[in-house]
Write a protein that binds this ligand. Structure first.
Ligand code: SF4
Ligand code: SF4
Length: 214
């Protein structure tokens, strides 16, 4: 029996080209966002109801004093047991697509308490739009149903993003982490057992983004 689908995001291969961010906007017909330079290449500065995918940039110093510059292409993790769906308690507002496992928000989310739903998400993903509905990544369910891979995965030129059956993605994640561990002992696949969008990082997840791990 199929265990649904998964996306692997191997940040060790990400060059922060932001092709995924643009592809997501293009496929979903989302408008550009007005931004300003605040001393980081992160642009726009956060997720929104018009930005389902964002490459976050993080700079700092490692324990050995050497600088790091990490990229984290943030998006909904499509949790295996989604806390947002449980909190909503209304499958007409937030439901899980059975064949793929994608967690989908509808316009009925307007009827929910937005703060409650946003706070329930361990990864700080949902955002409220001008119409009062909550919005986020759809795992490109429409493309999956047409036998296409998600737009962000399709656009990735480095192989940092991979899409497939969940069991195959878990195996791929394990083997990539093992390969990284020689040079980067803290390498890990974040929350792999509980999410469908699995991020591989080479260092402490919190150095990449405050909400990288649950
Ligand atoms: S990452 Fe957040 S918004 Fe996405 S399924 Fe999980 S709880 Fe819901
Ligand atoms: S899976 Fe689709 S909706 Fe989600 S971030 Fe990627 S392109 Fe955007």
């Amino acid at each position: 029996m199929s265990n649904g689908k998964s996306i692997l995001v191997d940040t060790s291969l990400c060059t922060a080209c932001r092709g995924c961010q643009v592809a997501c906007k293009q496929w979903n017909g989302l408008p550009g966002t007005k931004t300003k330079q605040i001393g980081t290449y992160q642009n726009p500065q956060d997720l929104s109801s018009d930005t389902y995918k964002i490459v976050r940039f993080a700079e700092g110093k490692k324990e050995n004093g050497k600088p790091y510059w990490y990229f984290f292409s943030d998006m909904c993790r499509h949790c295996v047991d989604p806390p947002c769906m449980e909190k909503a308690g209304d499958l007409s507002a937030i439901y899980r697509d059975k064949p793929t496992g994608a967690v989908i928000y509808t316009k009925v989310t307007k009827k929910l308490d937005p703060e409650e739903i946003i706070e329930s998400c361990p990864y700080n993903i949902p955002r409220m739009g001008k119409d009062g509905a909550l919005a986020k990544c759809t795992m490109c369910l429409d493309r999956q149903q047409a036998n296409m891979v998600p737009a962000c995965v399709q656009s990735c030129p480095t192989g940092a993003m991979v899409f497939g059956e969940r069991s195959a993605i878990l195996t791929e994640a394990k083997s990539r982490v093992e390969a990284l561990k020689g040079a980067y002992p803290k390498a890990q696949a974040i929350d792999a057992d509980s999410v469908r969008v699995i991020f591989i990082v080479s260092d402490d997840p919190r150095k990449y983004h405050e909400y990288a791990a649950s």
